[in-house]
Design a protein around this ligand. Structure first.
Ligand SMILES: [Zn+2]
Ligand SMILES: [Zn+2]
Length: 260
Protein backbone atom coordinates (compact mmCIF):
# COMPACT_ATOMS: atom_id res chain seq x y z
CA UNK A 1 0.00 0.00 0.00
CA UNK A 2 1.27 3.47 -0.80
CA UNK A 3 2.08 6.04 1.87
CA UNK A 4 1.32 3.74 4.78
CA UNK A 5 3.51 5.77 7.14
CA UNK A 6 2.31 8.96 8.75
CA UNK A 7 5.58 10.47 9.88
CA UNK A 8 4.33 13.55 11.73
CA UNK A 9 1.24 13.93 13.95
CA UNK A 10 0.86 16.29 16.93
CA UNK A 11 -0.57 15.81 20.40
CA UNK A 12 -0.63 19.63 20.54
CA UNK A 13 -4.35 20.18 21.04
CA UNK A 14 -4.92 17.49 23.63
CA UNK A 15 -3.60 16.16 26.91
CA UNK A 16 -0.50 13.99 27.31
CA UNK A 17 -2.54 10.90 28.10
CA UNK A 18 -2.78 7.29 27.02
CA UNK A 19 -6.37 7.81 25.89
CA UNK A 20 -5.44 10.68 23.60
CA UNK A 21 -2.59 8.71 22.01
CA UNK A 22 -5.03 5.87 21.33
CA UNK A 23 -7.33 8.26 19.44
CA UNK A 24 -4.49 8.89 16.98
CA UNK A 25 -3.65 5.20 16.75
CA UNK A 26 -7.27 4.24 16.01
CA UNK A 27 -7.59 6.96 13.40
CA UNK A 28 -4.32 5.80 11.76
CA UNK A 29 -5.47 2.19 11.71
CA UNK A 30 -8.73 3.22 10.06
CA UNK A 31 -6.74 5.00 7.32
CA UNK A 32 -4.57 1.95 6.62
CA UNK A 33 -1.49 3.47 8.27
CA UNK A 34 0.93 0.83 9.57
CA UNK A 35 3.56 3.13 11.13
CA UNK A 36 2.66 6.26 13.05
CA UNK A 37 5.13 8.89 14.28
CA UNK A 38 3.69 10.84 17.20
CA UNK A 39 5.40 14.06 18.28
CA UNK A 40 4.93 17.51 19.64
CA UNK A 41 6.63 20.86 19.25
CA UNK A 42 9.49 21.77 21.53
CA UNK A 43 7.61 24.99 22.30
CA UNK A 44 5.10 23.01 24.36
CA UNK A 45 7.76 22.16 26.93
CA UNK A 46 9.15 24.47 29.60
CA UNK A 47 12.67 23.04 29.27
CA UNK A 48 13.04 24.51 25.75
CA UNK A 49 11.96 28.00 26.78
CA UNK A 50 15.36 29.63 26.27
CA UNK A 51 15.28 28.79 22.56
CA UNK A 52 12.34 31.15 22.04
CA UNK A 53 13.86 34.30 23.54
CA UNK A 54 14.29 35.84 20.08
CA UNK A 55 10.69 35.03 19.09
CA UNK A 56 9.37 36.61 22.30
CA UNK A 57 11.56 39.70 22.05
CA UNK A 58 10.72 40.35 18.39
CA UNK A 59 7.02 41.12 18.96
CA UNK A 60 4.47 41.15 21.78
CA UNK A 61 1.95 39.09 19.78
CA UNK A 62 4.59 36.39 19.38
CA UNK A 63 5.33 36.46 23.11
CA UNK A 64 1.62 36.07 23.86
CA UNK A 65 1.37 33.21 21.38
CA UNK A 66 4.39 31.49 22.95
CA UNK A 67 3.18 31.84 26.55
CA UNK A 68 -0.06 30.05 25.62
CA UNK A 69 1.88 27.19 24.03
CA UNK A 70 4.03 26.51 27.12
CA UNK A 71 1.97 23.98 29.07
CA UNK A 72 4.03 20.93 30.03
CA UNK A 73 7.35 19.68 31.24
CA UNK A 74 9.26 17.42 28.87
CA UNK A 75 9.33 14.92 31.74
CA UNK A 76 5.55 14.50 31.46
CA UNK A 77 5.94 13.65 27.78
CA UNK A 78 8.81 11.24 28.45
CA UNK A 79 6.72 9.54 31.17
CA UNK A 80 3.90 9.16 28.64
CA UNK A 81 6.28 7.58 26.12
CA UNK A 82 7.46 5.08 28.74
CA UNK A 83 3.84 4.24 29.57
CA UNK A 84 3.02 3.82 25.87
CA UNK A 85 5.89 1.39 25.34
CA UNK A 86 3.92 -1.11 27.44
CA UNK A 87 0.86 -0.87 25.20
CA UNK A 88 0.01 -3.50 22.66
CA UNK A 89 -0.67 -1.35 19.59
CA UNK A 90 -2.16 -2.84 16.40
CA UNK A 91 0.33 -0.78 14.34
CA UNK A 92 3.90 0.45 14.87
CA UNK A 93 3.86 3.62 16.97
CA UNK A 94 6.95 5.77 17.52
CA UNK A 95 7.48 8.85 19.64
CA UNK A 96 9.62 11.91 18.96
CA UNK A 97 9.73 15.67 18.85
CA UNK A 98 9.33 18.39 16.28
CA UNK A 99 12.20 20.70 17.12
CA UNK A 100 12.17 24.39 16.16
CA UNK A 101 15.65 24.61 14.68
CA UNK A 102 17.74 27.72 14.64
CA UNK A 103 21.54 27.59 14.25
CA UNK A 104 22.19 29.60 17.43
CA UNK A 105 20.42 26.91 19.50
CA UNK A 106 22.45 24.04 18.16
CA UNK A 107 24.64 23.52 21.22
CA UNK A 108 21.67 23.72 23.57
CA UNK A 109 19.80 21.21 21.41
CA UNK A 110 22.72 18.83 21.27
CA UNK A 111 22.54 18.50 25.05
CA UNK A 112 18.75 18.62 25.40
CA UNK A 113 18.04 16.03 22.71
CA UNK A 114 20.72 13.55 23.76
CA UNK A 115 19.30 13.29 27.27
CA UNK A 116 16.44 11.01 26.19
CA UNK A 117 16.29 8.24 23.54
CA UNK A 118 13.52 9.48 21.24
CA UNK A 119 12.57 7.14 18.39
CA UNK A 120 12.93 9.96 15.85
CA UNK A 121 13.57 13.71 15.75
CA UNK A 122 12.08 16.10 13.24
CA UNK A 123 13.96 19.33 12.61
CA UNK A 124 11.82 22.21 11.33
CA UNK A 125 12.44 25.88 10.67
CA UNK A 126 9.50 27.90 12.00
CA UNK A 127 10.97 31.39 12.25
CA UNK A 128 13.31 33.67 10.34
CA UNK A 129 15.52 35.81 12.58
CA UNK A 130 12.97 35.63 15.39
CA UNK A 131 9.89 36.18 13.20
CA UNK A 132 7.33 33.39 12.73
CA UNK A 133 6.35 33.07 9.07
CA UNK A 134 3.16 30.98 9.27
CA UNK A 135 0.82 32.79 11.64
CA UNK A 136 -2.35 33.95 9.91
CA UNK A 137 -2.94 36.48 12.68
CA UNK A 138 0.31 38.42 12.33
CA UNK A 139 3.06 36.93 10.10
CA UNK A 140 2.15 38.96 7.02
CA UNK A 141 2.26 42.21 8.93
CA UNK A 142 5.43 41.41 10.89
CA UNK A 143 7.43 39.64 8.22
CA UNK A 144 6.08 39.16 4.70
CA UNK A 145 4.98 42.74 4.12
CA UNK A 146 8.15 44.15 5.69
CA UNK A 147 10.90 42.15 4.01
CA UNK A 148 11.69 41.15 0.48
CA UNK A 149 10.22 37.64 -0.01
CA UNK A 150 13.42 36.53 -1.74
CA UNK A 151 15.37 37.32 1.45
CA UNK A 152 12.84 35.35 3.50
CA UNK A 153 13.09 32.34 1.17
CA UNK A 154 16.90 32.50 1.18
CA UNK A 155 17.16 32.72 4.94
CA UNK A 156 14.60 29.93 5.39
CA UNK A 157 16.51 27.55 3.11
CA UNK A 158 19.89 28.48 4.64
CA UNK A 159 18.52 27.43 8.01
CA UNK A 160 17.03 24.25 6.60
CA UNK A 161 20.40 23.40 5.10
CA UNK A 162 22.05 23.97 8.50
CA UNK A 163 19.41 21.78 10.18
CA UNK A 164 20.34 18.88 7.88
CA UNK A 165 24.06 19.44 8.40
CA UNK A 166 23.68 19.58 12.20
CA UNK A 167 23.09 15.79 12.31
CA UNK A 168 20.63 16.42 15.14
CA UNK A 169 17.64 15.11 13.21
CA UNK A 170 16.42 11.96 11.53
CA UNK A 171 13.88 13.87 9.46
CA UNK A 172 13.20 17.37 8.17
CA UNK A 173 9.70 18.79 8.68
CA UNK A 174 7.73 20.24 5.75
CA UNK A 175 10.91 21.25 3.82
CA UNK A 176 9.28 23.72 1.42
CA UNK A 177 6.43 25.04 3.57
CA UNK A 178 7.79 28.58 3.22
CA UNK A 179 5.74 28.68 -0.01
CA UNK A 180 2.51 28.54 2.02
CA UNK A 181 1.33 32.12 1.38
CA UNK A 182 2.34 31.94 -2.29
CA UNK A 183 4.80 34.83 -2.21
CA UNK A 184 7.07 34.75 -5.24
CA UNK A 185 10.63 33.82 -4.19
CA UNK A 186 11.94 35.95 -7.06
CA UNK A 187 14.75 33.54 -7.90
CA UNK A 188 15.18 30.03 -9.26
CA UNK A 189 14.85 27.50 -6.41
CA UNK A 190 16.21 24.53 -8.39
CA UNK A 191 19.87 24.96 -7.27
CA UNK A 192 18.63 25.23 -3.65
CA UNK A 193 16.57 22.05 -4.00
CA UNK A 194 19.58 20.26 -5.50
CA UNK A 195 21.89 21.36 -2.72
CA UNK A 196 19.37 20.33 -0.03
CA UNK A 197 18.85 16.95 -1.70
CA UNK A 198 22.57 16.21 -1.89
CA UNK A 199 23.09 17.17 1.73
CA UNK A 200 20.08 15.18 2.95
CA UNK A 201 21.41 12.12 1.16
CA UNK A 202 24.90 12.56 2.64
CA UNK A 203 23.55 13.03 6.16
CA UNK A 204 20.96 10.22 5.90
CA UNK A 205 18.12 12.58 6.74
CA UNK A 206 14.56 11.86 5.53
CA UNK A 207 12.53 14.62 3.93
CA UNK A 208 8.80 14.93 4.54
CA UNK A 209 6.11 15.00 1.90
CA UNK A 210 3.87 16.97 4.23
CA UNK A 211 0.21 17.60 3.33
CA UNK A 212 -0.33 20.20 6.10
CA UNK A 213 0.09 23.31 3.93
CA UNK A 214 -2.48 21.89 1.51
CA UNK A 215 -5.37 21.29 3.86
CA UNK A 216 -4.46 23.76 6.61
CA UNK A 217 -3.33 26.69 4.44
CA UNK A 218 -4.98 25.79 1.11
CA UNK A 219 -1.75 25.70 -0.88
CA UNK A 220 -2.20 24.15 -4.31
CA UNK A 221 0.64 21.62 -3.86
CA UNK A 222 -0.60 18.58 -1.95
CA UNK A 223 2.85 18.05 -0.42
CA UNK A 224 6.26 18.88 -1.82
CA UNK A 225 6.61 21.03 -4.88
CA UNK A 226 6.82 18.60 -7.83
CA UNK A 227 10.26 19.76 -8.96
CA UNK A 228 11.65 19.44 -5.45
CA UNK A 229 10.14 15.97 -5.02
CA UNK A 230 11.63 14.70 -8.27
CA UNK A 231 15.08 16.12 -7.37
CA UNK A 232 14.91 14.35 -4.00
CA UNK A 233 13.88 11.10 -5.68
CA UNK A 234 16.64 11.37 -8.25
CA UNK A 235 19.19 11.92 -5.49
CA UNK A 236 17.86 8.86 -3.63
CA UNK A 237 16.71 10.77 -0.54
CA UNK A 238 14.20 8.91 1.65
CA UNK A 239 10.83 10.67 1.54
CA UNK A 240 8.31 10.15 4.32
CA UNK A 241 4.62 10.98 4.01
CA UNK A 242 3.39 13.24 6.81
CA UNK A 243 0.01 14.76 7.60
CA UNK A 244 1.10 17.22 10.31
CA UNK A 245 -2.26 16.31 11.91
CA UNK A 246 -3.09 18.47 14.90
CA UNK A 247 -6.22 16.40 15.62
CA UNK A 248 -6.81 12.61 15.42
CA UNK A 249 -9.27 13.07 12.53
CA UNK A 250 -6.50 14.53 10.34
CA UNK A 251 -4.13 11.54 10.49
CA UNK A 252 -3.09 10.64 6.90
CA UNK A 253 -5.16 13.54 5.59
CA UNK A 254 -4.95 13.83 1.79
CA UNK A 255 -2.45 10.97 1.46
CA UNK A 256 -4.66 9.64 -1.35
CA UNK A 257 -3.67 12.77 -3.34
CA UNK A 258 0.10 12.26 -2.91
CA UNK A 259 1.98 10.49 -5.72
CA UNK A 260 2.78 6.80 -5.24
ZN1 LIG B 1 6.25 22.45 11.74
ZN1 LIG C 1 4.24 19.85 12.78
Amino acid sequence: MKNNIDGHVHLENGPLTKEYVWEFVRSAQKQGITTLHILDHTHRFFEFRDMYRGVCQSADVQKQWFEKKQVNSIREYQALIEEMKKEDFPITVKFGLEVCYSPENEEFLRRALSSYPYDFLVGSVHSIDGLLYDMDAFSKELLWEKQDPSTIYRRYFERLQAAIESDLFTQIGHPDVIKMYNYDPGYDLVPTYQHLAKTAKEHHVKMEDNTGAHYRYHHADVGLNETFRSILQKEGVAIVSASDAHYPKDVAKDFDLLPE
